[in-house]
Design a binder for this molecule. Structure first.
Ligand SMILES: C[S@@+](CC[C@H](N)C(=O)[O-])C[C@H]1O[C@@H](n2cnc3c(N)ncnc32)[C@H](O)[C@@H]1O
Length: 293
């Protein structure tokens, strides 16, 4: 895995960078392309003009509500960053940050609303994400965009430490990313490694869960995703809850993403959805979290 983005194109302004991104998304991705996951998610969130839409439509035949579940996952991320910010978290490590969403929810923007000096490190294995993340967030000294495989925490933390203070609390964000990591990658262990690097903080987690699907639909969804984009490992609730072992989940605990602090809105996300939680770690796991947002 390369650490640096080879040649980052330079753009005069955000609009030019956004147009260039839209144009590069018009080239089809393939199963071997590391940007395929980010592209597939962009289609689900409403990105237009993708050749990847054709592959994505095969997924929709199996679970038509998938785009709703995906956008509810992004909306959860916004509410979770808000909650962490209200608990005075000012630094964020965003693992598998993805492309900027068409609906405009951005970790950087939400965190900045509460702490203008918030520091954010975005990490993604997809070069496309890193190149455009850097272009869109250029000239921001408190944002670092890293092109790296987040499954290597030591390597990643070394780079994150260029911006984040490892002596201060931080938020580790792992939304819609750990289900791309096989059991042999030890996803929960990787996340614990990140948490151990800071004295305290919150884990913002969301993870694909397909246990309400029929076994046939589940197998077909996985096979279709894998054929078009990448290997994927949705897990059961019982498996996902182990990611929170030893942590102190904020209310309402581990729930479907649209249900996390969402004023009891009832949203039909279908049967392939994301389970989500925000949980205190380190010093914040040893006592009740300070006032919940
Ligand atoms: C489905 S998107 C989720 C984006 C964002 N976290 C969200 O919840 O809206 C998953 C992202 O994780 C990235 N990703 C997958 N495996 C990764 C890894 N090992 N290291 C870093 N990024 C990874 C993909 O490239 C993609 O951009």
């Amino acid at each position: 895995m390369t650490t640096d983005v080879p040649v980052a194109p330079s753009f005069d302004d955000k609009a030019t960078a956004a147009n260039a991104l839209a144009s590069s998304l018009r080239t089809p991705s393939s199963r071997s392309d590391l940007s395929a996951i980010a592209r597939a998610y962009d289609v689900g969130l409403g990105g237009k003009d993708h050749p990847d839409r054709i592959a994505f439509e095969k997924l929709l035949k199996i679970e038509p509500r998938l785009p709703v579940a995906m956008s509810e996952n992004r909306a959860f991320l916004g509410r979770a960053v808000m909650a962490a910010s209200l608990l005075d978290i000012k630094q964020f490590l965003n693992l598998g940050s993805g492309l900027p969403s068409p609906d405009g929810i951005s970790v950087t923007d939400v965190a900045r609303r509460y702490h203008p000096d918030a520091r954010i490190v975005h990490v993604d294995v997809a070069e496309l994400v890193a190149v455009y993340g850097r272009a869109l967030l250029a000239r921001d000294d408190n944002v670092l965009v890293v092109h790296e495989d987040a499954r290597d925490p030591d390597r990643m933390l070394k780079q994150a430490a260029e911006l984040l203070d490892l002596e201060e609390p931080a938020c580790i964000i792992a939304t819609a990313v750990a289900h791309f990591w096989a059991d042999s990658d030890d996803p929960a262990g990787v996340l614990r490694h990140y948490m151990r690097a800071f004295p305290a903080g919150y884990l913002i987690l969301s993870h694909a869960c397909g246990e309400e699907m029929s076994p046939d639909d589940f197998a077909q969804l996985r096979a279709t995703y894998e054929e078009a984009f990448a290997s994927i490992y949705p897990r059961t609730r019982a498996q996902i809850v182990t990611f929170l072992d030893g942590l102190e989940p904020l209310e309402p605990g581990l729930v479907e993403a649209s249900q996390w602090r969402n004023d009891d809105r009832q949203i039909d996300v279908g049967k392939a959805y994301f389970l989500a939680a925000v949980a205190g770690f380190g010093l914040y796991a040893q006592k009740p979290a300070r006032s919940a947002a």
